[in-house]
Design a protein around this ligand. Structure first.
Ligand SMILES: Cc1cc2nc3c(=O)[nH]c(=O)nc-3n(C[C@H](O)[C@H](O)[C@H](O)COP(=O)(O)OP(=O)(O)OC[C@H]3O[C@@H](n4cnc5c(N)ncnc54)[C@H](O)[C@@H]3O)c2cc1C
Length: 575
């Protein structure tokens, strides 16, 4: 059977496309996902239930062989990056629903200026005015219903309002208000410098991933939609002319080895879509030649422009009255976007999150977090191939904080947030705070196992006993970065930031949309890959710049818009 559309990757974008394209009964659609499926009747509890982010790191739903380089790469060659720099883990989902099945369930639109910036950069038709109808189409805002042309969208947007916040988060709200950053209930209606409640794609304490929202039982029963899980696409196939895509090769138990399609849509995410293109000979000519791959379309922008939100923060040991109640499972409470005022940076360029508890355990309940970083980050990294084999993960270098504006803003914010946490007003909420780092040695205690429950129960008791407290805190703190030195010595501050900075798992920009005349654009505004026929990309990789928000909602929006465009153009072409 030859499909009209074969979608590679059942992630946030892929699930939206599979639903919307197969809504037209005349269109045959196949969705291929490398990871396991999550059908409505059989979604693992740990995905479906409300949970804390560290619990999600279960190996069976990640690309466990993926590691990345985070630090500035300077002028190192690819070989020097591999030999001199330390590779870190970086979770990317390998499961139906993709990132939306494993993420922190934050749903925030970018600022209107983000999408206007896409349009200005050459992605015609992607201004905020153009994107807004698709946000409205996908969202079901249960607090502030949006105008739609029909049913509410499949993805709920539900806020955690201040009446559910801990006193710590409320005190932070007061402190930032005193600094001129007001509180608003709905950042989507009022997208200015402000703090606001966390919004989540969660209803009745259950995650609504793209798979849950878009691949419902009714959608799955459509005869024109095939869903193949546990099958990895290894190659894009071309006709004899070398330019027209005819389908894909794939590997997986029980999966066919080849699927034919009139059009292939890559929705494999911002790290894997560019790698699939490069293996197919579409990418920077010099790099492909180095890899021994013949060049089909020389597109220097493939894999370049890798963006993310670098993030760092303070861990806060909370007074008993500032802790969330035992039965409260939510953690992140207050979100904030504000302007750094650093020369050369956009307005409303920063973000900060206040979490009332760190994890499910009793230790987690005693520790809050204040995380921050540039929402509009300027450092750019890349995705390249290490080797043409589809069995090897690509070379991913984020190059965080290589742009001085990013480092400068993180430094200034670290000092500012510390001044808030140490102010007299905070004394009734905060016992102590320290420069936090998501260290691997702590991750081992975040899986919700019986062993970890016992260990963390004992550790929590020790935390409550003044004398023994320092033993537990000593495990959590990094002795290289005591607070006093971080605040007094700029070199130590920078060291802490370089060591502790992590991505927010928002990779994007690696196959960016733009005009064909733009040397670095990879796809047209309709997602069509330049230089070949029958190949599109639709996922976070086509974003020209990073939105000032977590990326899931924008990714689903762009898939909604792309699906609409595809169906409209079929009509225009009489198909
Ligand atoms: C741990 C984590 C926390 C996050 N927290 C948030 C948050 O709270 N809020 C938010 O807005 N965003 C968050 N994000 C980011 C957000 O989830 C992503 O921006 C979004 O999911 C990207 O969607 P995508 O469709 O581009 O890629 P993905 O959703 O990653 O989908 C790509 C899919 O393609 C599949 N795939 C890849 N290669 C192949 C292949 N060769 N063959 C077949 N299938 C393949 C993958 O297995 C995957 O399922 C988080 C992400 C992670 C990982």
């Amino acid at each position: 059977m030859k499909y009209d559309y074969l979608i590679v990757g059942g992630g946030s974008a892929g699930c939206v496309l599979a639903n919307r394209l197969s809504a037209d009964k005349s269109v045959r659609v196949c969705l291929v996902e490398a990871g396991p499926d999550t059908p409505p009747e059989n979604t693992p509890k740990s995905i479906y239930d409300d949970a804390f982010l560290p619990d999600y790191f279960e190996p069976y739903r990640y690309w466990t062989d993926l590691t990345v380089y985070a630090d500035p790469i300077g002028n190192r060659s690819d070989d020097q990056i591999a030999s001199d720099m330390k590779a870190r883990r970086y979770e990317q989902a390998k499961v139906m629903g993709g990132g939306s099945s494993v993420n922190g369930q934050v749903v925030i639109r970018g600022l209107p200026s983000d999408y206007d910036e896409w349009e200005a950069s050459g992605a015609t038709g992607w201004s905020y005015k153009d994107c807004l109808p698709y946000f409205n189409k996908l969202e079901n805002d249960v607090d502030f219903p949006q105008p739609t042309n029909g049913e509410p969208g499949p993805i709920p947007v539900r806020r955690i309002f201040p009446k559910h916040w801990s006193t710590f988060a409320l005190a932070m709200r007061e402190m930032v208000a005193a600094e001129g950053i007001p509180y608003v209930d709905d950042t989507h209606a009022d997208p200015k410098d402000s703090c606001f409640p966390f919004a989540r794609n969660n209803l009745y304490d259950h995650r609504v991933s793209a798979a849950a929202g878009y691949l419902t039982e009714t959608v799955r029963s459509r005869p024109n939609l095939s869903i193949i899980a546990n099958a990895k696409v290894t190659e894009i196939m071309f006709a004899k002319d070398g330019r027209t895509v005819t389908g894909v090769k794939l590997q997986g138990p029980g999966a066919p080895s080849v699927i034919d399609a009139k059009e292939v849509i890559l929705s494999a995410g911002a790290l894997q879509s560019p790698a699939l293109l490069m293996r197919a000979g579409i990418g920077p000519g010099d790099h492909l030649q180095e890899m021994g791959i013949s060049v089909r379309s020389n597109l220097p922008g493939v894999g370049r422009n890798l963006l993310d939100h670098p993030l760092i923060g303070y861990a806060v040991f909370l007074c008993p009255k500032a802790q969330l109640a035992t039965n409260v499972k939510i953690n992140s409470l207050m979100h904030m976007r504000w302007s750094s005022g650093v020369p050369g940076c956009a307005k409303t360029d920063m973000k900060l999150t206040v979490s009332g508890r760190f994890a499910w355990s009793k230790v987690g309940r005693r520790i809050g977090m204040v995380n921050f970083g540039p929402n509009k980050a300027y450092s750019r990294g890349f995705v390249k191939l290490k080797n043409p084999s589809p069995d090897l993960m690509p070379l991913v270098a984020f190059n965080y904080l290589s742009d001085q504006r990013d480092m400068e803003r993180v430094k200034r914010t670290a000092i500012w947030v510390s001044s808030l946490l140490s102010s007299p007003r905070m004394r009734e909420h905060v016992i102590s705070y320290w420069p936090g780092i998501y260290a691997d040695n702590l991750r081992q205690y975040t899986a919700p196992t019986f062993r970890n429950k016992i260990i963390t129960d004992i550790a929590a008791q020790m935390l409550d006993m003044g004398g023994l407290r320092n033993i537990v805190l000593g495990k959590a703190m990094d002795s290289r970065f005591p607070l006093e030195r971080v605040l007094k010595d700029e070199r130590v501050l920078e060291d802490w930031i370089h060591t502790g900075i992590q991505g927010d798992w928002h990779p994007c920009g690696t196959c960016r949309m733009g005009s064909e005349q733009d040397h670095n654009a990879v796809t047209s505004s309709e997602g069509r890959v330049f230089g070949v026929a029958g190949l599109r990309v639709t996922d976070a990789s086509i974003m020209p710049t990073i939105p000032s928000a977590n990326t899931n909602l924008s990714t689903m929006m762009l898939a909604e818009k792309m699906a609409d465009h595809i169906l409209q153009s079929r009509k225009t072409n009489g198909l």
